[in-house]
Design a protein around this ligand. Structure first.
Ligand SMILES: C[S@@+](CC[C@H](N)C(=O)[O-])C[C@H]1O[C@@H](n2cnc3c(N)ncnc32)[C@H](O)[C@@H]1O
Length: 603
């Protein structure tokens, strides 16, 4: 089984996709004279000085950084031996990521995905799109909006460009938008995927409530369908057509609809889809704003993939895509920058996976950029060192000397995983000897949770007597205030200042009060986040925990009061008396998550 580190070794050697050659399409008739036309998508190039552009492939806007994946959870279904490790699924398991999708996608292998569906924020204004309000979400919006369409398009283009690289040559992508930005995004996707690879503008007509008198009611969204090449997977779908009944067309193969008694015939599906949105009464509703209906994802997954194919959704939200992909026996990977969304998705995928008649692979929950300290402390020395060196932007050494890696030619030493571990004068002496004898250099950096006074003293003596400079970098508990540690991230982009952080899971305190026969009140309002500016952001309950997998009890996975605040006190009536196992999963707004298991003798 590959460890998290080996998993990320698979990346970056990959090809970067070229933009399609479409000079004909963008050609200006000669008689119009020399009018500048930019064939490159917004943000692909940067004007370095008048009349000079530099192709940076979005890296000036979003510099490339490599942050390791930290596996924080694995949901097992007992068939993992049936699913071979691959570059995309290093240990055969489907993958649920927590973090910013751009930095996650950049570490995944090219030409590896059959279908990508995304439902990104719609450029419909900041507040509408802030769903959970957790730190990562707020950060992500802060760099998108800046209130201008270009900023939004550059943010989306950088991600669409990576998605093109990830698609197999026979792959397709559906981008879900509405009137706010779809026309602008179409123009950009023509530049990234090629005008000739545009297949459909699908109208999703959703008939939900609310009408306006100032204009026609806006009751449809747009899905732009592009393929990566001229050779793509498409399984034509058939649908009922009542044209004959409506307009008296004579057709031999008509049938009678049992529900309506109307005559209909089966025709190839068109690009206008009438599918109800997820209403309050809909069984699939998980209370997650902007949740899309499963029939919508069913239609496009059945059309553009076959069983066993790979489906990805990098704006996971409530997990609709991954959930439908799982139900239709497709492999999946999905991500979200909100830890609450990741917990909602984990819960939903556990339930849908358990309900399948076919063997399903495990799935992992992996963090990228925001790392759980307790889990890090469980790492092996070697794994922890590799992890810290990667976060520090260095390269590891394979041998087991006292030199663990290097960054820009400076040798690195990493202390032990335990948060209470202390680097002492002996460690400093060993390291100084190694950099002097092995690397013939006079400077080195030691990274550790704690350094004692003897270590500092030893470094001062080394400096004064041997002119050997040993710098200390502390791995802070929460945000890495240690500038030296963060510099390699923020030096690339000021906005990246919050992209790398170490977090603690929340401290959960559950007060249980019997309020009636088989009925109890569960109060977690005394639970606290252990992260700076942290607050409890979501609580999920499993009142019938099976000791193996958390599956929230219906309607207890995303509870909000009228103001949208998380509900921290709930009541539950158990179906019958007896000893019960209860699981309570709590997320804070800094990415912290913890699940507490309780025993209760229900009376
Ligand atoms: C409109 S919702 C998706 C809803 C989803 N289709 C469903 O059916 O539940 C968009 C999601 O994208 C996530 N998101 C926004 N920017 C992101 C980013 N840069 N990386 C990862 N997720 C992001 C938000 O947290 C939000 O959950």
């Amino acid at each position: 089984m590959k460890n998290a580190e080996e998993r990320t070794q698979i990346q970056l050697a990959d090809v970067t996709p070229e933009l399609p050659q479409q000079t004909e399409f963008y050609k200006i008739p000669a008689r119009f004279g020399n009018i500048p036309v930019d064939e490159a998508p917004l943000g692909f190039e940067v004007v370095t000085r008048p009349a000079e552009t530099k192709v940076t492939k979005f890296e000036h806007a979003y510099p490339k950084i490599i942050l390791p994946f930290q596996e924080v959870n694995r949901i097992k279904f007992g068939h993992s031996d049936k699913f071979e490790p691959t570059n995309l699924f290093p240990d055969g398991a489907n993958r649920l990521f927590f973090g910013d999708n751009l930095h996650i996608m950049r570490q995944l292998p090219s030409n590896s995905i059959d279908l990508i569906y995304i439902d990104p924020p719609f450029f419909s204004g900041r507040n509408y799109n802030v769903i959970f309000g957790d730190k990562n979400e707020m950060r992500s919006f802060s760099d998108i909006w800046e209130d201008g369409m270009p900023g939004y398009l550059i943010w989306l283009n950088a991600r669409l460009y990576e998605m093109k690289r990830l698609l197999k040559n026979t792959g397709s992508i559906y981008v879900h938008l509405d009137w706010h930005a779809s026309h602008y995004v179409k123009v950009e996707m023509d530049k990234i995927f090629g005008y000739k690879n545009f297949q459909n503008e699908i109208v999703w007509y959703y008939k939900s409530g609310g009408a306006t008198k100032e204009r026609f009611s806006r009751k449809h969204d747009i899905l732009l369908l592009y393929t990566k090449s001229f050779n793509w997977i498409f399984n034509p779908q058939k649908e009922k057509s009542y044209m004959m009944h409506k307009y008296g067309f004579k057709k031999s193969d008509f049938q009678i609809d049992k529900e309506t008694g109307l005559q209909y015939s089966m025709v190839y599906a068109k690009d206008v889809w009438e599918i109800p949105s997820v209403g309050s009464a809909t069984s699939e509703r998980i209370g997650y704003p902007t949740q899309k209906p499963e029939p919508l994802l069913e239609k496009l997954i059945l059309a553009s993939t076959n069983e066993g194919d790979i489906v990805a959704d990098f704006f996971g939200g409530g997990g609709t895509t991954a959930s439908v992909a799982q139900r239709l026996n497709r492999r999946w990977l999905t991500s979200d920058q909100s830890r609450i969304a990741v917990s909602v998705i984990m819960d939903r995928l556990t339930k849908v996976s358990e309900g399948q008649m076919f063997e399903v692979p495990d799935f992992t929950v992996e963090h990228c950029g925001i790392y759980e300290v307790p889990k890090l402390e469980q790492y092996s020395e070697q794994h922890f060192r590799e992890f810290v060196i990667k976060c520090y932007g260095g390269q590891k050494y394979d041998d087991s000397s006292d030199l663990h890696g290097t960054r820009q030619g400076v040798p690195l030493y990493v202390g032990s995983p335990s948060r209470n571990s202390v680097i002492t004068k002996d460690d400093v002496a060993k390291f100084a000897k190694a950099i002097f004898e092995i690397k013939h250099t006079h400077t080195g950096t030691m990274l550790g949770w704690n350094f004692d006074q003897t270590a500092k003293k030893a470094a001062e003596i080394l400096k004064a007597r041997e002119n050997v400079r040993v710098d200390f970098v502390r791995l802070e508990l929460v945000r890495l205030e240690d500038d030296a540690f963060k510099a390699h991230i923020t030096e690339k982009h000021e906005d990246y200042k919050d992209l790398l952080s170490f977090i603690q899971p929340p401290e959960i305190k559950v007060n249980i009060v019997k309020i009636g026969k088989l009925t109890y009140r569960f109060d977690v309002s005394e639970s606290v986040s252990l992260n700076p500016d942290g607050k409890i952001a979501n609580v999920q309950w499993d009142f019938n925990y099976n000791g193996k997998r958390f599956r929230s009890t219906d309607k207890y996975n995303y509870l909000r009061d009228k103001k949208g605040n998380p509900i921290l006190i709930v009541e539950y009536e158990f179906p019958k008396p007896g000893e019960k196992l209860i699981a309570c999963s709590v997320q804070d707004n800094q990415g912290g998550e913890k699940t507490e298991i309780l025993k209760l003798d229900v009376k």
